[in-house]
Design a protein around this ligand. Structure first.
Ligand code: CAA
Length: 526
């Protein structure tokens, strides 16, 4: 396949980026958009993107002019007559895609290859509506197309074998890394990404954690470039909802059932960055960047607790958490009574006969009890109750060297939470708040995501290596999900998922059998 001219049909967010990718690789591009307003906006986006590259010293002014000169805008399909390859990038609706392919069938040369950039619809069904399904395939780019290095090359049972290979070679010529996948809804990336994003939306709408904290758990906890809610805004909430609907129709199950908040935002026209507002408000120039260490708004760093008692999880001044608390300026109080006995500044050991001793109260910062949670399980409430001073107790879990989770039990008094937040804000890491539920925040968000990746391997759809390549190059993950799972330990993931499954009774969290097997055999996925 000798590709010199490419017709890109549809000049929305993705179409404009894809046109840029081809033009930058030296190919002639016919940019077809039947809506004049959309054509203008698409060309403006292309212009902006190239101008930014010049400003950043990535392109020279003459190179920018050359690239723009290779892009020929057109308002009708007839312009695709000379193309060797036509790339459809129109909205994710089967009837629209089929109309576009009918037009391409009519105008393109019989030897031209027709591809769709669909992110979830059946390429087979799109191809079946054309005169020659053997020349139809999927080539799926990622947003922003000029930046993300992955391309999923999707072939159907009808695609001519040489076309799959030719598209793989073409992707390399564009500077991308191709991953070949069979035609299944969501391919690799969206089938893994969308349920994770959807779960994040559900955590937000159920009040499990705040928007900023959910995003910070992803960026500070796992080093992802964007948190899930900011990423939903980037992809577009309408696009995300359509993909979820397709995934739900294909696979069923609660992981793919769209969170009501997603649907409501789409109905309200708040579809993300492209409309100026989604989960974040971009018109107010509100940054979608994850918050820094002092993210907790009502933290009181100046008014720290008089004493801090660290209990549980091998607690003590010698532990990393103990050292961090000491470095933050609050000396640790000894645990009176030795191991298993916890006393406090208000009079020593808990009075088991005093029914009020555990009741919430709010008398400002005083002796704070921090339950050191070593594992992302539950158990903070139990340990807090055992002190007899549960109102003074919060949990703290160091989820990574960048993220601390502040675990608030139903008994934690507001004053204790504020004092702990003030202290945590000085630990030099990003701090997020969450309830005492399995996985806390980062674990509750990610272990189901990693479990989905294991299930994809178990299904025989993609190899661990291809999944990791897809998520690192398609979504900027520092490490792929199977690598992350190996680093965390399949056993730990299994324990959290088992707890989530038991606690919520939701099949979404049932550990994949392959995960249980690898955990039992102590086998890594990579
Ligand atoms: N168009 C072109 N270039 C862009 C761009 C855009 N819209 N946005 C950013 N860039 C370029 C910048 O010019 C910059 O280039 P240089 O390094 O060459 O100077 C580079 O990207 C980094 O940009 P910034 O420094 O401004 O911003 P950043 O470091 O925060 O990175 C990001 C921005 C690349 C988008 C990063 O946040 C990221 O990787 N996010 C993950 C995005 C992701 O997951 N995409 C996949 C979504 S799923 C999908 O698309 C599939 C689907 O079907 C829904």
């Amino acid at each position: 396949m000798d590709v010199r001219e490419v017709a890109v049909v549809g000049l929305g967010t993705m179409g404009a980026g894809i046109a840029e990718v081809f033009a930058r690789a030296g190919l002639a591009v016919v940019a077809i958009e039947v809506d004049p307003g959309a054509l203008e906006r698409g060309l403006a986006a292309l212009d902006r993107s190239l101008a930014r590259a010049v400003t950043r010293g990535k392109l020279t002014e003459p190179e920018r002019a050359d690239i723009l000169g290779r892009v020929r805008p057109a308002a009708g399909f007839a312009a695709a007559a000379g193309a060797d390859l036509a790339v459809e990038v129109v909205p994710e609706r089967m009837e629209i895609k089929r109309q576009v392919f009918a037009e391409l069938d009519r105008v393109c040369r019989p030897d031209a290859v027709l591809v769709t950039n669909t992110s979830s619809l059946s390429v087979t069904a799109i191809a079946a509506g054309t005169a020659d399904p053997a020349r139809v395939a999927g080539v799926h780019f990622f947003n922003p197309a000029p930046v993300m290095r992955l391309v999923e090359v999707v072939t159907t049972v009808r695609t001519a074998p040489e076309i799959g290979q030719a598209l793989t070679d073409l992707a390399r010529r564009l500077g991308k890394t191709p991953v070949r996948v069979p035609d299944r809804a969501g391919f690799i990336v969206n089938a893994l990404l969308l349920p994770y994003l959807n779960h994040a939306a559900r955590l937000l709408e159920t009040g499990y954690a705040s928007r900023e904290d959910i995003d910070a758990a992803a960026t500070a906890g796992l080093g992802l470039p964007l948190g899930p809610l900011a990423l939903l805004d980037l992809i577009g909430l309408d696009t995300s909802l359509s993909i979820l609907e397709v995934l739900h129709a294909e696979f069923g199950g609660p992981r793919f059932k769209a969170a009501p908040v997603l649907r409501r935002l789409v109905e309200a026209g708040l579809t993300g960055r492209k409309t100026g507002r989604g989960f974040y408000d971009y018109q107010q120039r509100e940054s979608a960047a994850p918050p820094g260490p002092a993210s907790i708004p009502d933290a009181e760093p100046a008014a720290g607790p008089a004493t801090v008692m660290l209990i549980g999880g091998g607690a003590g001044p010698g532990t990393p958490l103990g050292a961090m608390i000491g470095a933050a300026g609050w000396p640790l109080a000894a645990v009176p009574g030795g191991p298993g006995r916890h006393g406090g500044h208000r009079g020593g050991a808990p009075d088991d006969n005093d029914p009020d001793s555990n009741l919430p109260h709010d008398d400002g910062p005083g002796g704070l009890i921090i339950v050191h949670a070593k594992e992302p399980g539950t158990g903070v409430l139990g340990a807090a109750l055992a002190t007899g001073r549960a109102a003074d107790a919060v949990g703290l879990h160091l989820a990574s060297d960048q993220l601390a989770e502040l675990i608030i039990t139903p008994m934690s008094a507001p004053g204790a939470v504020r004092a702990a937040a003030g202290l945590a804000a000085r630990l030099g890491v990003t701090v997020v708040r969450c309830p005492d539920r399995p996985g806390f925040l980062a674990g509750a968000l990610f272990y189901p995501h990693l479990n989905d990746a294991v299930r994809m391997v178990q299904d025989g759809y993609a190899s661990p290596a291809d999944i990791d390549t897809a998520m690192t190059l398609g979504c900027g993950y520092p490490r792929g999900p199977l690598q992350l799972l190996d680093a965390a330990g399949p056993g730990r993931a299994l324990a959290v998922l088992t707890q989530m499954h038991e606690r919520y009774g939701d099949p979404a969290f049932a550990p994949a059998p392959l995960l249980a097997e690898n955990a039992a055999a102590r086998l890594a996925f990579r």
